[in-house]
Design a protein around this ligand. Structure first.
Ligand code: FMN
Ligand code: SF4
Ligand code: SF4
Length: 301
């Protein structure tokens, strides 16, 4: 479900240039908030329904005469770009090949990932959808092995605290509130995984970031939609794949969400929710086959 963002109460503001507008109505036809409507053959800008203009900028994208601009909700003029020509876009076969060739990579070569490559991945993430604009996704980029190592060290300290907290007594007390299934997940998966990562770290092995040269940590404001982070992380994962890099998503980072010290160190606002992490690097593993997994269910109705 789409959840409101901090800027929810402040609608974006579309402006129409009356001299060049031909009243063709194309913008009104696709406006999801009914802020743009055509009345008696004339385009009108109104308050719209519910939240008003959401700042999707679809009106700008379709106007044949370039007569609409939208301001507010963190929109900047340089956000608007040329549409890539059809021949430059990935075909379904190319996209499917990219998806089929992707695997989670946990073994990386010594090679660093150049900063411009890391920046390109972030640029591609900026094309991701979100529940309602503007995006409330934040990314902390740990660029270079030293930075990733520090991130891993800080995270493992956080895991140590969480694992200590999730002792059998606390879990038993939590059970009525979190339910049977979540209790089982905490007891049989979360706690043992954190214990394992900490144990391996103490033995000198990084089973959290896998000694990757680049890591990203996704977070969002508390009223934002958590799905936005997941979509952004998925875009980053596929962007990395398209650049010849390997990556692995990290779900364990969620356990750091209540760690104030960790958040302060990473520059993440205390109220923000930490979700997925992603480690990226040049793959040392070369996979020879692909897989299509059975989904839990698919129903055409
Ligand atoms: C939401 C999510 C969280 C994940 N968390 C971790 C993680 O913390 N550590 C890890 O090594 N792999 C993690 N993975 C990678 C999965 O284990 C991996 O995707 C799965 O085993 C399937 O392998 P494939 O990605 O090569 O298809 C995660 C994947 C997803 C989608
Ligand atoms: S930005 Fe989106 S919601 Fe706002 S006026 Fe344009 S089409 Fe409508
Ligand atoms: S699409 Fe452009 S020209 Fe057509 S009605 Fe909207 S603002 Fe006017």
């Amino acid at each position: 479900m789409t959840i409101m963002t901090f800027d929810f109460t402040r609608p974006a503001v579309p402006r129409v240039e009356p001299e060049s507008c031909t009243n063709c109505g194309q913008c009104a036809e696709i406006c999801p908030s009914q802020t743009l409507t055509v009345v008696d053959g004339k385009l009108r800008v109104e308050a719209g329904i519910f939240t008003g203009c959401i700042g999707c900028t679809h009106c700008m994208m379709v106007c044949p005469t370039g007569s609409v601009t939208v301001e507010g909700r963190r929109l900047a003029p340089e956000d608007i770009g040329e549409l890539p020509p059809v021949e430059a876009r990935a075909t379904a076969d190319q996209l499917e090949a990219l998806l089929s060739a992707r695997r989670s990579v946990r073994r990386f070569s010594e090679e660093e990932v150049e900063r411009r490559v890391a920046e390109r991945i972030v640029e591609m993430v900026r094309t991701a959808p979100m529940g309602i604009p503007p995006s409330e996704v934040g990314i902390v980029v740990f660029h270079g092995r030293d930075k990733v190592r520090q991130f891993a060290e800080d995270a493992v300290e956080g895991f140590r605290k969480v694992a200590r907290f999730l002792n059998p007594l606390v879990l038993a007390l939590m059970r009525p509130f979190i339910g049977k299934a979540q209790y089982a997940v905490m007891r049989q998966f979360v706690r043992p995984v954190l214990d394992l990562i900490v144990k391996r770290w103490d033995e000198g092995a990084d089973d959290f970031c896998y000694e990757a040269p680049l890591a990203m940590l996704f977070h969002h404001c508390p009223t934002g939609d958590p799905a936005d982070d997941h979509i952004a992380a998925t875009y980053a994962m596929l962007a990395a794949q398209s650049l010849g890099l390997g990556s692995c998503l990290l779900g364990t980072t969620v356990a750091l969400d209540h760690d104030r010290v960790f958040k302060a160190k990473c520059g993440i606002p205390q109220q923000n929710k930490i979700s997925l992490g992603l480690v990226i690097g040049h793959p040392r593993t070369h996979f020879r086959r692909s897989i299509r997994r059975q989904l839990a269910s698919v129903h055409f109705v």
